[in-house]
Unconditional design. Structure first.
Length: 222
């Protein structure tokens, strides 16, 4: 059963995080990095999936300094609110909070990170800038292409939806492969942006299941 806890950031601020211990046997820890909608029901469901897969999972609430426990709906208004919070949250601050979650989990074994949308960008950046991560899985992050030159410190994989209107999958793949030909970039035909999210308008079960299997395989081999 998950619960909300507090984690102290590098700046001394205590942010909230949704945490669920692993079902035994414990395989490691996973940091689940949110979309722009905050720690909503879909992020919590993902934390629970990872816990059931044997990982102690934690999802930091990265907008707490602006609005405590922010969540929003998948509506134009909710998207605008989430985008405003994301743009006003310094990337280095978000990465430091991911680092604080790493510290929280690392005493009990390896720590991996998975992120979606906003969190997908942060997962890619964390792979290059947050030391001590065992592996990273980035889902449809808009900042990956523009930061493709960053050198990952750990194994990383990237997931993209072919029908994502905001992220050109082929261009992202080309940018990453030009810099890191060994980094797997998976493009899911028929899937759009947010295909892992179980909201009816975005979810693609076939793509989500395959991407989760690939991510689990990566984390288990790390």
């Amino acid at each position: 059963m998950g619960e909300t806890i507090k984690i102290k950031g590098a700046d001394g601020f205590e942010f909230s995080a949704y945490h669920e211990p692993a079902f035994t046997p414990r395989k490691g820890g996973v940091i689940v990095v949110q979309e722009i909608f905050g720690i909503d029901q879909y992020v919590r469901a993902d934390v629970s999936r990872w816990a059931k897969a044997g990982y102690e999972a934690i999802a930091p609430s990265l907008f707490d300094r602006r609005e405590w426990s922010f969540t929003s709906e998948h509506t134009p208004e909710g998207i605008a609110e989430g985008v405003a919070h994301a743009r006003s949250t310094p990337l280095e601050q978000a990465l430091q909070d991911i680092g604080a979650c790493r510290d929280f989990l690392s005493a009990r074994g390896k720590v991996c990170v998975v992120g979606y949308c906003y969190g997908g960008s942060l997962a890619w950046l964390a792979a290059a800038k947050v030391e001590g991560l065992a592996a990273a899985s980035s889902y449809y992050g808009s900042l990956v292409q523009g930061n493709a030159e960053m050198k990952p410190l750990c194994p990383v994989i990237i997931h993209l939806g072919r029908n994502d209107p905001g992220i050109p999958a082929d261009d992202v793949e080309a940018a990453v492969r030009a810099q890191h030909p060994d980094v797997p970039v998976y493009i899911y035909e028929g899937a759009g942006h947010g295909f892992n999210n179980e909201s009816p308008e975005r979810y693609s079960a076939e793509a989500a299941d395959l991407a989760r299997k690939r991510t689990r395989d990566l984390f288990e081999s790390a």
